[in-house]
Design a protein around this ligand. Structure first.
Ligand SMILES: Cc1ncc(C[n+]2csc(CCOP(=O)(O)OP(=O)(O)O)c2C)c(N)n1
Ligand SMILES: [Mg+2]
Length: 324
């Protein structure tokens, strides 16, 4: 074990857990053989079993529950990162995205640019019927395609992410391609506030504003944290809405946990003409589990047994296991 570096001492970070987390990530995310052919077959099966969605609030609650259950079973972290986007992902998969089937070329696209929060996406794909409960239960197992970051072999995943700052570039290209082929499909992308630190992202913002890509919608998960620090200390992005406005975007600031308000705002978007759209979603890291909220260590820590029990108790409402 290397000695504790200065940043870990200053921020009182459990460095042993960080090293464990990074070791687990490299094993779980990059070491899998992928069976592309059987996954293609799975996509067809998924099309056949696609089912109507739940309402956004119930959907978000189910995402939270599945994130907790599966991260505990797999013994991995990134829990707080998945909890902060539960309402945004739920809104898209329950009420907004036109994706009756994951292999329809005309379906709307969704790119989870903050790929480390993949468990929220897998939970949503399960709740839409594109993954069975059994498949979701292989998250991070040996031999699965449901790795710690999204892989395009998984039905419904459009772009492999995990290297932060890349998702918007792909989304912009996808939106431009839709326009050039006269397709009415739309492109949604969810980026984190740490990704706003990356230069490539701002090139895409400039490009989309210039080309007036009104079929592009970005959600920024502004949870105020980025791995081992708070954004206000690392690189302050608190006035980011002014920057998007200056780049000619249709800019909205929303409460990222208010499903109804977001649904209302998204319902009024003009996808056919005008500017690209961005929702700066003010969120709480670890939302729903009191001891995780706004706490740096819940970027990387897996839950201990008692912590899991407490978390489940806190999010418990009328949630029931949704049958695929
Ligand atoms: C290009 C790149 N650099 C570094 C990392 C390592 N890394 C993983 S998550 C993360 C930051 C997490 O903060 P944020 O993206 O805001 O997501 P949150 O945890 O707040 O949901 C970093 C630096 C990465 N995945 N990609
Ligand atoms: Mg963040």
């Amino acid at each position: 074990m290397p000695s504790k570096p200065q940043f870990a001492v200053e921020r009182n970070i459990d460095y042993t857990a960080v090293i464990h987390h990074l070791g687990a990530l490299s094993k779980l995310s990059f070491g899998k053989p992928l069976d592309i052919e059987s996954n293609r077959k799975a996509a067809v099966t998924a099309t056949q079993r696609a089912k109507p969605a739940l309402n956004p609030e119930k959907f978000a609650n189910e995402i939270r529950r599945l994130v907790l259950v599966e991260s505990k079973r797999a013994g991995v972290g990134h829990i707080g990162s998945s909890l902060s986007i539960a309402e945004i992902v739920a809104l898209l998969y329950s009420s907004v995205l036109n994706i009756k089937s994951p292999d329809d070329p005309e379906r709307d696209r969704f790119i989870l640019s903050k790929g480390h929060a993949v468990l929220a996406l897998y939970a949503a794909l399960h709740l839409r019927g594109f993954l069975t409960r059994e498949e979701l239960g292989t998250f991070c197992d040996d031999g699965t395609s449901l790795c710690g970051h999204p892989e395009i072999e998984v039905p419904g995943v459009d772009f492999a992410t995990g290297s932060l700052g890349m998702g918007l570039s792909f989304a912009v290209g996808s939106a431009l391609a839709a326009r050039r082929t006269n397709s009415s499909r739309k492109v949604f992308v969810l980026v984190s506030d740490a990704e706003l630190n990356e230069g490539a992202l701002w090139e895409s913002v400039l490009f989309a504003g210039h080309h007036r890509l009104s079929n592009l919608v970005v959600f920024v998960d502004q949870n105020g944290q980025q791995a081992l620090g708070y954004t206000k200390d690392v690189l302050d992005t608190s006035s980011v809405e002014k920057k998007f406005c200056a780049f000619n975007w249709d800019t909205h600031v929303v409460d990222g946990h208010d499903s109804r308000a977001m649904l209302d705002a998204v319902g009024r978007l003009d996808y056919k003409s005008g500017a690209p759209h961005v929702f700066i979603a003010r969120t709480t890291f670890g939302k729903g589990v009191s001891y995780m909220e706004n706490q740096i260590q819940w970027h990387y820590l897996p839950m201990a047994d008692e912590q899991f029990k407490l978390a489940m108790k806190e999010i418990e409402t009328d949630a029931t296991e949704a049958q695929p």
